[in-house]
Structures are given as C-alpha cells and as structure tokens.
Design a protein around this ligand. Structure first.
Ligand SMILES: *[C@@H]1O[C@H](CO)[C@@H](O)[C@H](O)[C@H]1NC(C)=O
Ligand SMILES: *[C@@H]1O[C@H](CO)[C@@H](O)[C@H](O)[C@H]1NC(C)=O
Ligand SMILES: *[C@@H]1O[C@H](CO)[C@@H](O)[C@H](O)[C@H]1NC(C)=O
Length: 367
C-alpha cells in the first residue's frame, strides 16, 4: 500500500506539470493565431489600398525597399518625338533631379502622353541614372491616356468646357486636365504622387519635397504653390470690380492669389474619399463656380485648382514659393508693372526653378 502511494504521488505531480505545459502551449497557439489573422487582415486592407489603416507594427516590418519605392513622380510628356527643345528640357530637369537625389532607388516615374514620348522619356531617365552610377532599373511606367475610362474622360471634358475660354490654346488638350482626376486613374495602392513640369531645374533633394506631405493638415489634399504673377488678378477683373474687398486675386500672403501647377503634391487617398472635392467634378457645380467668379481660364488644371480654392481654401496646402520659383515675367511688361513684385518676390532657399513661358534656366543649373 505504501509502495503504491509512493508511486502515485510523483505521477500526480508529473500529470499536473504536463497539464500546465499543455495550457501554456494552448495559450501560445491561440495568441499566435490571432496575430497571424490580424496580419492577414492588414494584408487584405493593404491590397484594398487602405494604406492609412496599416498599423505601426506592419510598417516596421515592411522592408525598406518597398516603402522607398513610393516616391512617385508624374510628368506630362507628349509630342516629344522630333522636338529637340522639349527633349533637352526634360534631360536638364532629370539631370538636376538625379544630381541631388539622396535616394534615387526610391523614384518611380509615370509618363503620361503618347507612347513615342514615353519611350524617349524612359531612355533619357535610364541613361541619366546610369551616368549617376545607378545601375539598377529605375522604374518608368506609362500612363496610357487612351485607356482612360469614359466616366473619367467625361469629367475632364466637363471641367475643360466650363473653365476654359473655349479657344484652342496651348493647354487645352485633355492631357493638361488629367491631374484633376488622378485619384480615379492611378492604381488604388498608390496614395501619394507628385506632378512635375519638365521646364524645371531641381536644386534640392527631391525626398525633401515628398516629406512636405507630412505638413498637410487633416483636410489638405493638394500641395501647390502660388502663381508668381498677377495672372488671376487680371482674369478676375470683373468679380474684383464688383467685390472690392475680396481676397480673390490678391497677392500673398493674405490673398487667394491663385496657383501654378508646375509642381503639385497629390494625396490621392484623401482625394478619393473627399466628398467636397469630388462633388465639384460635375457640370452643375463647376458652372455655378464659374458664374460666381466670372472665370475664364486658359492655363489648364491650375485654373481648376485656383477656382476651387476661392471657396474651398482648406483643400490646399500652399507650397513655400521656393519649391516652385517661377521665372516668367511676362505680366511685368504688360501693364501690371507696379504691382508685379508683390506677386513675384520669393525670399528664402530656392529648391526648384521653374522656367515658365520659356524663360531660360541655363543660369540655374549646378551640375
Ligand atoms: C494604350 O492603349 C491603347 C488602347 O487601349 C492600346 O491600343 C495601346 O497599345 C496602349 N499602349 C501601350 C503602350 O500600352
Ligand atoms: C501596386 O500594385 C501593383 C499591382 O497591381 C504592383 O505591381 C505594385 O508593385 C504595387 N505598388 C505598391 C507601391 O504597392
Ligand atoms: C545669366 O546671368 C548673367 C549674369 O548675371 C546675365 O548677364 C545673363 O543675362 C543671364 N542669362 C540668362 C539666360 O538669364
């Protein structure tokens, strides 16, 4: 009997120990499954483009190369075949960009225009990247304009018809309105993109421009600099005459000066969900705004952003003038000399020189 008792005690002890271990293992397995599930959900949300929802854990785990691949830059580049001047301009812009880029591997270019121009752009970009010792492939994608869906094309035509003066001009091609619906065109897993003109010299690290997305407040969805000439003061003369106290068309820093679209930051994710922004992409709302301000533009997408900013200032983050230092001085010599400098002056560091109205940039290259 005593012998049996002696045998049972250690058995109970071992059984208890075993049960305890089993409990620990089960808790571990259940917990681990939960983590796996939540990772899977994050993955699905990620696929659905809900990038904002990714938590810090997921971000920390994301390999650097993936996060870096997000510096997306779009150029509208068309009719470049046989146009040496445009090709040179593009080469100068890209050379300046690569010469200052701290993280060139992160760059991914989207070229919107005709397919011949795309192949030219791609060749230029690859050869410049090689010149700067980057031998990996730099991503260059084609945004095929002829594949835009009808509903998207309709929006472009509607907006163009409402805000453009009707005459054919340099910026009347649908391509120059593409930016206003980029959030409907770009793949859903892309949440930020910067649109650049080709007549630029980029004198700073382009990563710094991307970091300005962090300065947007809750509502701001588009980052854009003021127009550096009194263009919109002129365009809006009738409204301004009837509303002498208006800020519309007034110079910085208080005025609603109007914008220049040579450099534009788009938070596509915010634009996709902004009912305010999207509600304006209809004939009725555009027409009401055009009538209210008696607006007749001729500068493509920047007319749209300018007009929208008169009533919906909060959608726009105003880029510091140094990030789109426009050099065109046409209006200085055309009747607005005395007020010109209020619009034109820009102090501080110049990060991007913009040779608009074909102003030479040769004095601003540093490479
Ligand atoms: C662009 O789209 C059109 C129409 O779908 C197609 O015919 C053409 O091949 C596309 N171009 C490229 C380069 O994918
Ligand atoms: C976005 O999705 C496409 C496939 O649809 C993929 O090729 C691309 O790498 C993705 N980009 C990012 C930044 O996740
Ligand atoms: C470049 O700068 C020089 C010296 O300031 C000036 O004389 C010249 O006109 C400038 N050239 C251009 C193309 O702006």
């Amino acid at each position: 009997m005593r012998f049996l008792f002696k045998l049972v005690r250690p058995t109970i002890f071992l059984l208890t120990l075993f049960a305890f271990l089993l409990l620990i293992i089960s808790i571990y397995l259940v917990f681990n499954d939960g983590v796996a599930k939540s990772n899977r959900i994050l993955g699905i949300m990620h696929l659905a483009g809900v990038r904002e929802e990714m938590d810090l854990l997921e971000r920390a785990k994301t390999p650097k190369s993936f996060m870096d691949s997000e510096h997306l830059i779009m150029f509208l580049f068309s009719n470049a075949d046989g146009n040496k001047q445009l090709q040179n301009s593009f080469t100068m812009c890209l050379t300046s960009l690569f010469s200052k880029a701290s993280n060139p591997q992160a760059l991914h270019f989207y070229i919107a225009g005709d397919v011949e121009s795309y192949y030219i752009a791609k060749t230029v970009i690859q050869s410049i990247a090689n010149k700067f010792g980057i031998h990996n492939q730099i991503l260059v994608s084609y945004q095929n304009i002829s594949q835009l869906e009808d509903n998207v094309l309709d929006i472009i035509h509607t907006v163009r018809q409402q805000i453009s003066s009707g005459k054919e001009h340099r910026f009347s091609s649908p391509l120059f309105y593409l930016s206003i619906i980029l959030h409907k065109v770009m793949p859903h897993n892309i949440s930020q993109i910067i649109l650049l003109d080709v007549d630029l010299v980029i004198a700073s690290d382009i990563s710094k421009l991307f970091s300005l997305f962090n300065n947007f407040d809750q509502e701001q969805a588009i980052g854009i600099a003021r127009e550096n000439q009194p263009v919109y003061q002129t365009t809006l003369w009738e409204y301004r005459k009837n509303n002498p106290k208006t800020r519309v068309g007034e110079p910085p820093p208080k005025g609603l000066t109007g914008f220049n679209s040579g450099v534009v930051l788009f938070d596509l994710q915010k634009l996709r969900v902004s009912s305010k922004y999207n509600s304006f992409l209809t004939e009725e709302r555009m027409n009401a705004l055009v009538q209210k301000y008696k607006f007749q533009g001729h500068l493509g997408d920047q007319d749209f952003y300018t007009l929208l900013s008169f009533d919906y200032e909060e959608l726009f983050y105003i880029l510091p003038c140094g990030w789109n230092r426009q050099l065109c001085q046409w209006w200085k010599h055309n009747g607005l000399g005395e007020k010109f400098d209020l619009y034109y002056s820009c102090s501080g560091v110049i990060h991007i020189w913009h040779g608009n109205c074909e102003t030479s940039l040769l004095n601003y290259t540093t490479f």
